[in-house]
Write a protein that binds this ligand. Sequence first.
Ligand SMILES: [Zn+2]
Length: 307
Amino acid sequence: MLCTSLLVGERWPVASKVLADYIRQSGVKIVCYDYEFSTVTGPHSCYCDRCLAAFREEAGFSAEEPLTPRVIENAHRTAWDTFMVRRGARLLGLMRKTVNEAGATFTVFSLPQSPRTVSVYGVDWREVVREQGADVIQIGTSGTWQQMLQSSEAAGSTPIMYGVWIIPYSPKHMIPAAVATRAELLRRVLDSTYGIIFYDRATMDGRSWWNVGETTRLVADFEDLFLHSRPEPVQGQDPEQVQWVRGKEKQLLCLMNPGNAPAYYTIPLPSGVANGYKYYTRASVSGSTLEITVPPHDTAVYVFDRQ
Ligand SMILES: [Zn+2]
């Protein structure tokens, strides 16, 4: 551990050289910082006189205000969290620059944008983006879809990857295995702009791989749409479960049922859609309203020409 005021200040050239030398000598092309540090106890949480003086100045405390780790945790936690996520973001910005200059890509992994992520994991993605602290943002997924949307909003034009959380992490753990479902995979593919990540691949079983194949087959067939179009809401439908992906010539209507029970959808088709068919069964669409029951954790995808 090094005092963070020194690390992001006068001693950064020392740390930067060590980092750059390692990247050049090892030839790594991607450096990922798994940044999951409490603002109170993480490796960048320094309480030396320099750092406390910096906190005092940034948070606007008088010279008489007593500041100790215990006082900060009990009485000034919000101000300290803000101070620490800004310092962390500044450090990531310095690291990203060094990593890029050494010829590698810098990714930062943490959790979705939320007050808990700020406090427990020391990351506010808005600050990271402001400091240009990541070439790619990687988000683990113990969060809600709303938090994913907030993460995407914070990311702006910075590429973002969302994760699929596979448990157990270790083959030694005897808890029941979770499956990467088609509903979750399609949702992640729609929200990500740089591919998706899995944690952990070692315990993925055949069902997960099958679902990955079914999802990536769709992405491969409509690659241009997934690369260049962002999902859009469908009037009257839950946007977490029903989305349009529209390109110049083709458009996809994506239904994702994240629940444990079958879900029934009635969707009036707008004008401008033609020659519709169901992607996975190739059944053609007739009529002006779709009515479909989607099994638990499954998807349905309709393909239309755009007129
Ligand atoms: Zn310090």
